[in-house]
Design a protein around this ligand. Structure first.
Ligand code: NAD
Length: 475
């Protein structure tokens, strides 16, 4: 099957990368086939009454791999949802979880609707009915399959799913772990909303800190001063842009579906101010001092150091890839490049930091949320004060020994115990940094492995293969 912008469908393009990486791993064909295939595909249709008329809604849940359970993956609301897309996204989730050492199999869900066409009340009915269909077929549950937000969904939808699940499973004490990305008051974890964008920042920073790799691109190490263009100012794009700005990068281009803006001064936008402008005027265009780019996708071709596509898949393809001028492409969205574009960038020596690693911050913090739900306690609750008292005792001892006293402000800073957000952010940073080390080492180790995407897939295949081999199914 092929689809717009490419000779490969989205799912075929994931399979293509898998095959490229699998050939380097040398595992037996049967094992590789089992890793590659989607284990369960559930396509459903259900009726929902909208404005007095019955609409038949098409939806999906795909569990790509049961090598570890529960399965895990977001739910997308988009009119472009189809089986191929959900299978591709579910496959990516398996590899993503393996790369990040998150002990889940991959899954993904999708409802073929444009959320903008429905009122919140109608969206709630659609979401609750979808959750009911998943419950009927045992496609959701803290030990079975745990959805999360994705394109077009957020904490609100996750709360509706949780409430529906609890209604059908009132005896399940772990019910809160049936879905992640929930509001904090409903068992969510602090730091989840911004986790994917924050992870995009950590992952790109790790690449940019390597002096040799940056020299090969003609760039200096570090994020500070780098020029950045971001496509999509939703959950992932907004937070990625925000953390790059905090890290000292210059956000010189921002694109939304209605158009894009470019900063001709090169100083970089204040991302929050652009978001405020868009909320107030209904459009990103006409931001004071910015140059309008009426055809939004032209922003992808702006001169910059780092291009961050953070909207949807297949936005860079054979036709526009040759005009992309960025030196690093940080894939915040899932599948933003077609295989043809990927080939063009590899040939040109443009670095692509792949989605399968770079946007894994969301699932990593979802894993923390699930652990919080199963343990029924917020991170930091038991030890925050204990650590504060220990640090204070230590400082008092040092003060006595040296005869020098610290100010109250210094003491408060040095004795602060970690709260939930600190622990989550630190766990996320640790996960992104250590996963990058594994991918980077693999990239340098295999002569046939020419790019970071293939390296990331090799890492993933090795880990899933090991899990299968240790189950004893394969000789
Ligand atoms: P979102 O719905 O919050 O935001 C997407 C944004 O992209 C919206 O603001 C939308 O208006 C904009 N957009 C749509 N079409 C566009 C176009 N043609 N040009 C420019 N902007 C456009 O979705 P999200 O959760 O931020 O997801 C974005 C991508 O990141 C998706 O590929 C998703 O699969 C991936 N992702 C999300 C998460 C997560 O935690 N939310 C985790 C991993 C990967």
């Amino acid at each position: 099957m092929s689809s717009n912008n490419s000779g490969f469908s989205f799912y075929e393009s994931v399979e293509r990368i898998f095959d490229k990486a699998a050939a380097i791993t040398k595992h037996p064909a049967g094992l590789l086939k089992q890793i590659r295939v989607c284990n369960s595909v559930y396509k459903m249709h259900f009726p929902v009454k909208i404005d007095g008329e019955v609409q038949v809604i098409e939806a999906y849940r795909v569990q790509h791999s049961h090598h570890k359970t529960p399965c895990k993956g977001g739910i997308r609301y988009s009119s472009a949802v189809d089986q191929d897309e959900v299978m591709a996204l579910a496959s990516l989730m398996t590899y993503k979880c393996a790369i990040m050492d998150v002990p889940f199999g991959g899954a993904k869900g999708g409802i073929k609707i444009s959320p903008r066409d429905y009122t919140p009340d109608q969206l709630e009915r659609i979401t609750r009915r979808y959750a009911t269909e998943l419950i009927k077929k045992n496609f959701i549950g803290p030990a079975v399959d745990v959805p999360a937000p994705d394109y077009g969904t957020g904490p609100r939808e996750m709360a509706w799913i949780l409430d529906t699940y609890v209604t059908f499973n009132p005896q399940n004490i772990d019910a809160a772990g049936c879905v992640t990305g929930k509001p904090i008051t409903q068992g969510g974890v602090r730091g989840r909303t911004e986790a994917t964008g924050r992870g995009v920042f950590f992952g790109t920073r790790e690449f940019c800190n390597n002096a040799d790799d940056m020299k090969a691109l003609g760039l200096t190490p570090g994020i500070a001063g780098k020029t950045v263009v971001v496509q999509g100012l939703g959950n992932v794009g907004y937070h990625a842009a925000y953390f790059f700005q905090q890290g000292g990068a210059k956000i010189i281009g921002l694109a939304e579906y209605e158009g894009a803006i470019y900063d001709p001064t090169g100083k970089g936008f204040d991302v929050d101010d652009v978001v405020r402008h868009r909320k107030e005027t209904g459009s990103i265009l006409n931001y004071p001092g910015a140059t309008n780019i009426v055809k939004s996708s032209d922003a992808l071709e702006l001169e910059c150091d780092i291009l961050i596509p953070a909207a949807l898949e297949r936005v860079i393809h054979a036709e526009n890839a040759p005009r992309v001028k960025a030196k690093i492409i940080a894939e915040a969205a899932n599948g933003p490049l077609t295989p043809e574009a990927d080939d063009i960038f590899n040939e040109k020596g443009i670095i692509v930091i792949p989605d399968v690693y770079l946007n894994a911050g969301g699932v990593t913090v979802s894993y923390f949320e699930w652990i919080k739900n199963l343990s029924h306690i917020r991170f930091g609750r038991m030890d925050k004060r204990y650590h504060e008292y220990s640090y204070r005792n230590m400082i008092e001892t040092v003060e006595k020994m040296t005869g020098k006293n610290l100010s109250e402000r210094e003491i408060a800073m040095l004795t602060r115990g970690a709260d939930e957000e600190d622990i989550v952010n630190s766990g996320l940073e640790e996960s992104m940094v250590s996963a990058f080390v594994g991918i980077h080492e693999t990239w340098k180790k295999h002569e046939q492995c020419k790019d970071l995407r293939t390296a990331a897939f090799i890492v993933a295949i090795e880990k899933v293969a090991t899990a299968y081999l240790e189950l004893g199914i394969f000789p």
